[in-house]
Design a protein around this ligand. Structure first.
Ligand code: COA
Length: 146
């Protein structure tokens, strides 16, 4: 992800989430020493989807991922998450976390299909009072600890 992707990234973000990240928030991810945001490019060079990971010491987190409505169901979400897991593995990450709305079945099935496990629940985590499912993915053989 680069500065010139941000207009399209924010448009996808706005169509994907009730409380979207702002342009400024994505800019901070571009500058953060812990952020490694990436985009999936469509054939004509537009942004089809993106993912913002965070990497601190040996822990990874998936902070934000979305695919443009026109491109959903074509394997792009899977590609973004799988590529990020591979990146984390190369960086020596032991464990990856994410939070997802309990109602977000599409995302939950994507994460499960890639090997994420349910690791806990954060009650009333979202602004509308919805719970967050905490999921984790173990790399490099450490045991499930939550
Ligand atoms: C979740 C999201 C990123 C998935 O991206 P995608 O490119 O459409 O997903 P893929 O085509 O790679 O699908 C991969 C898997 O996800 C699951 N999945 C995707 N869409 C689904 C749907 N509508 N219903 C159920 N499962 C679905 C399936 O397990 C699918 O595997 P399969 O094709 O073998 O059945 C996309 O729906 C999205 O942007 N949603 C809005 C933003 C969001 O909710 N982000 C996650 C926040 S935690």
């Amino acid at each position: 992800m680069t500065e010139r992707d941000l207009e399209q990234v924010v448009a996808i973000e706005n169509q994907s989430f009730p409380h979207p990240w702002t342009l400024e928030h994505f800019r901070e991810e571009l500058c953060s020493p812990h952020g490694f945001p990436l985009v999936a490019e469509a054939d004509r060079g537009g942004v089809a989807g993106y993912l913002c990971p965070s990497l601190i010491l040996d822990e990874g987190e998936i902070l934000d991922v979305a695919v443009s409505g026109d491109f959903r169901g074509k394997g792009i979400g899977r590609l973004l998450v799988a590529s990020t897991l591979e990146f984390f593995r190369e960086q020596g990450v032991m464990r990856v976390f994410l939070e997802v709305r309990v109602s977000n079945q599409a995302a939950i099935s994507l994460y499960r299909s890639l090997g994420f496990r349910e690791a806990g629940c954060r009650k009333r985590y979202y602004e509308n009072g919805e719970d967050a499912l905490l999921m984790d993915f173990i790399i490099n053989g450490v045991e499930h600890a939550v």
